[in-house]
Design a protein around this ligand. Structure first.
Ligand code: AGP
Length: 603
């Protein structure tokens, strides 16, 4: 969603701010702006739409300031517009603020400030921050006191950067429930909502914790929740620049699809090996705990939830422990029945998804043991969970998740094998699955290498309005994920159905020419799904089949045979390509689909 960049430097910062914002474009946004301190004043430039619109009104030669803040906004309170774009400033032009998160009591604060004679020019919740700072500044005559008093009044979530001519050469920083990292680098000190925005300048990052503050000037001074000075250690993030480059690919999504074998290999590296039981860093479960375990919940949103469904299939097959998979935004309001004999696994690529984090907090309140599975080091979810297991997919930039999904599935299957090994169950199955997991990257490369064929198939589907994806068991879960990929980036409506359910209603929608994508990789259910496909074919449907069976027909995509527990890792690849090629054929922006954000930090 929104993105933040701030720079304090000895040279001009406008270019760096815009460059940083461009790196954050993938988060999804609908307006952008910058504020720069120069000649004792704050200059703000902002506009609706893409960063290119903002750049069109920037005269870099005249923006000589060496301190600035910048923002990309994804509208929550107030429509996408120039007025609502950040930075926001008080009437006296003392404080310019960029903010990620939501100020929940903004209406109450706005009311109070209006009664004190202050006025507002936007519909945003954010604007109360600079106005409140001005109110307290007028009362105290001290910027730091005003900052402190303002933060005390705010309810909700925030990552905030403030610049003010009253404290030149300084950016004030505060964080609560919204990520913020700082780094000292080449020719400046940097702040950002996400590492990619500033990785070019440093690899050593300070991760602010909730309620911590900082003042960036010649150095960084950190403050704890009681506004006492505190020390912080930096942590090194070893990403190379090409991890956030397109590296010769036309789009990030295409690059990330190709990176999947490597992402899986990196995720399982050091965890899965043939001659040793599976082991994780900083995570273990006792045999006595697992024997008492009544149930497991896997809770997540979107694609991460689809990875959870494959996890359910794996854990139930391998460990015979019942697993419920819940959408995080539903789980929270269902009064779930949890206790100390419940294990709750929360999957989130970004580690910042508000619904997933809220669900995790609830599980902890109810005494369940909690495990976070995430791709982002030090993300918010890692601070809430009892344990964290990291996927090592590398930064995922495209909004449509691909390599993170594959890595999540691989990691949860490894977790299922781990639990089974601790329980001394199904030793032979575990051994053969470990072998399969280690062979997967090569098989994935084989599937990826057929992408021209997927492009030919995609071309036939470009003009469709409605599609169906069907399968059974794990193949149904692949259908759900394939259908989501198509919706997200091609804007074509599609439904994923359990193949056996089709005849209980949706088959009424099948007419001459309707495309139905069938996924058939599980030998136990393949005959049944193939019959369901015949049923729709008899009613005029065009069938696309993804299968590891020896079927010779038109429009069949063959993938290598592997245990059905992990077959989604292979079966999803052609479906990712199909969604990608259809979107390209339609001339759409696959990396930044409309209305979507990469990390969904609102509930
Ligand atoms: C994936 O393609 C989607 N963009 C979306 O469903 C995503 O998986 C979901 O929002 C969850 O995000 P998270 O993994 O960062 O929590």
């Amino acid at each position: 969603m929104c993105g933040i960049v701030g720079v304090v430097s000895k040279s001009k910062v406008a270019h760096k701010l815009i460059k940083g914002l461009k790196t954050l474009e993938y988060r999804g946004y609908d307006s952008a702006g910058i504020a720069i301190l120069q000649d004792g004043d704050i200059t703000i430039l902002k506009d609706k739409g893409r960063i290119a619109n903002l750049e069109a009104i920037i005269n870099y030669d005249s923006l000589t300031g060496t301190i600035g803040i910048a923002h990309t906004r994804w509208a929550t309170h107030g429509v996408p517009s120039k007025e609502n774009a950040h930075p926001h400033m008080d009437q006296n032009k003392h404080f310019a603020v960029v903010h990620n998160g939501i100020i929940e009591n903004y209406l109450e604060l706005k009311d109070f400030l209006e009664n004190q004679g202050f006025s507002f020019s936007s519909q945003t919740d954010t604007e109360v921050i600079p106005v409140l700072m001005e109110y307290y500044y007028q009362k105290t005559g001290n910027v730091m006191d005003a900052f402190k008093d303002t933060l005390n009044d705010l309810k909700g979530s925030y990552a905030i950067l403030v610049i003010t001519p009253l404290l030149p050469n300084t950016i004030l920083v505060a964080k609560k429930n919204s990520p913020l990292v700082l780094g000292i680098g080449n020719n400046g000190i940097y702040a950002a909502s996400d590492i990619p925005a500033i990785i070019e300048y440093t690899k050593d990052f300070y991760f602010l914790q909730d309620d911590e503050k900082a003042v960036i000037g010649d150095d960084i001074v950190f403050y704890d929740k009681d506004f006492q000075k505190t020390d912080k250690e930096s942590k090194t993030i070893d990403w190379e620049m090409d991890a956030i480059d397109k590296n010769g690919f036309e789009d990030y999504m295409l690059k990330e699809i190709h990176e999947q074998p490597e992402a899986l290999k990196n995720t399982l590296n050091g965890i899965v090996s043939l001659n040793n039981p599976i082991s994780f860093v900083n995570f273990s479960l006792d045999k006595s705990y697992l024997e008492k375990l009544k149930q497991i919940y896997i809770v997540a949103c979107g694609t991460a939830m689809h990875a959870g469904l494959v996890g359910k299939y794996a854990i139930e097959k391998i460990c015979r422990i019942p697993v419920n998979v819940e959408v995080a935004s539903e789980f929270r309001y269902q009064d779930p029945i949890l206790d100390e004999n419940t294990l709750c696994i929360f999957i989130s690529q970004s580690g910042e998804t508000a619904d997933t984090i809220a669900a995790l907090k609830l599980a902890r309140e109810k005494k369940a043991k909690t495990v976070a599975v995430t791709n982002v080091f030090e993300s918010s979810i890692t601070r809430e969970a009892d344990y964290t297991l990291y996927t090592h997919a590398g930064p995922e930039i495209a909004v449509a998740s691909t390599k993170a999904y594959i890595s999540q599935v691989g990691l949860i299957v490894a977790l299922a094998i781990y639990m089974s090994e601790v329980l001394d169950k199904n030793t032979d199955l575990c051994q053969s699955l470990k072998r399969d997991l280690m062979n997967l990257p090569d098989l994935m490369n084989e599937v990826i290498s057929n992408n021209q064929y997927y492009q030919e198939i995609a071309k036939k589907m470009t003009k469709e309005q409605d599609l169906f994806y069907i399968g059974r068991g794990n193949d149904y879960y692949t259908a759900l994920e394939g259908s989501l990929k198509l919706k997200e980036i091609s804007y074509i409506h599609s439904e994923a159905y359990a193949a056996g359910e089709l005849k209980h209603g949706p088959i009424a929608l099948i007419e001459n020419g309707t495309f139905v994508v069938g996924i058939v990789t599980d030998p136990i259910t393949s005959e049944k799904t193939l019959s369901n496909l015949e049923e729709v074919k008899a009613r005029g449907a065009n069938i696309i089949l993804v299968t590891n069976q020896d079927i010779k027909k038109d429009n069949v995509i063959h993938i290598p045979h592997i245990n059905s527990i992990i077959s989604p890792i292979l079966a999803i690849i052609p479906l990712q390509f199909i969604a990608y090629f259809i979107a390209k054929e339609k001339g759409l922006d696959v990396d930044k689909p409309r209305n979507l954000a990469k990390s969904v930090t609102v509930e």
